[in-house]
Ligand binder design. Sequence first.
Ligand code: NDP
Ligand code: 2IT
Length: 445
Amino acid sequence: MAEVKARNPVEPEFHQAVFEVAESLSLVLERHPEFRKAKLLERIIEPERVVMFRVAWQDDGGELHVNRGFRIQMNSAIGPYKGGLRFHPTVNLGVLKFLAFEQVFKNALTTLPMGGGKGGADFDPKGKSDAEVMRFCQAFMCELFRHIGPDTDVPAGDIGVGAREIGYLFGMYKRLRNEFTGVMTGKGLTWGGSVIRPEATGYGAVYFAAEMLKTRKQELKGKTCLVSGSGNVAQYTVDKLISLGARAVTLSDSSGYIYDEAGIDREKLGFVMDLKNNRRGRISEYAEKFSGAVYTPLDPTADHNPLWNHPAECAFPSATQNEINERDATNMLRNKVFVVSEGANMPTTIGGIEQFLDAGILFGPGKAANAGGVATSGLEMAQNSMRISWTREEVDARLFNIMKTIHEVCQNTAEKYGTPGNYVNGANIAGFLKVANAMMDQGVV
Ligand code: NDP
Ligand code: 2IT
């Protein structure tokens, strides 16, 4: 770790992601001296390629802006680079390297042939007009297009990149290459997209929670659930929770959170979807619209997030990294939360994870629990290659089976390596082994 920190200074999120995986892998390296000799760990933490570029664009008033764009091509041992694009002011090299690193293991777990990558820009879509977002996306793609392709690197969405942005990005790629290919996933349904891709990450996180609960002969029906975020992942998490008879009582954005004791029903979820996806408003409006709901603004100086301090059985962190710290984890355990299924990437700090594992609760790490999104991206790629579209039932059944398989593999691997019930070890080790064996086969590259 000292070497990782020295070689990658000021990248705390990347250090954190590597530390968590390295801890699990000590169990594997003991049994596989050949991996150590081949310097697999050293190779796997070094991106195969990093592209960093200027994105200059003009706002509606004619003023010029300069942002920084990135694509991290982390590992292509088992397939073309695959992973989302994030547009958020906090984006930097370290954040994208952590995300690309996690993606390698996650994609390996999906059972589909996808390597790992991630990209994005420090652009803030908030408060920008559609025309400004379009010009930014076009400027971004004017550089990115030379580094990606349907058999090279296939980007998708992440924070700040949804259906609108994918459309603008794809449009410019197609224009530059004069080719209609499956170069992006999360496309619109009339131009190569897959049904269920918008729903997939949230649905998958709920399927994963249900699989974990099954090991204790329990189900989601009747359970109270804390959900953070109110974007793509949070929305479809709540959607599936409603279908399964669970009661979701919270949602949030970067300004604050709402607590709705009565539970978020279909009508309220419809309001949130329109608010966030069309009007691009703030979650505080929820409490103005529905009596009984309480809005609490976020206090950035507080040492904990009150969203995680309500009585519940299950939690679905679906906003961003490190949103559950040690204090939050303590509060959750005191409130009897015993299922955590991470929709977001690395939402729990190392100290928080330790508490969950020590308490022996059902803790599904993001690499496993939120893999449904990229898995369905893989299904979109498969449909594009075959030039056909599957039905909702077909894609949902495949997503469900993939989540079930990921759960099974994590469970079996954790057991095999002497830590039964530890899905963190299960996910890290199973994901690593697939990539590691491919790297061994392909020689020193
Ligand atoms: P969206 O942009 O649709 O939504 C993000 C949500 O999280 C918004 O409610 C946003 O609030 C909130 N948020 C973002 N950054 C912060 C922050 N720094 N502090 C507090 N709240 C924040 O993104 P997604 O729903 O797609 O992504 C959510 C998480 O899920 C991310 O961690 C992402 O990496 C992960 N993920 C996404 C997948 C996908 O398919 N989309 C797949 C797998 C994982 P606000 O609107 O105020 O910014
Ligand atoms: O973190 C993730 O897995 C994603 N943002 C989805 C990536 C993808 O390629 O669908």
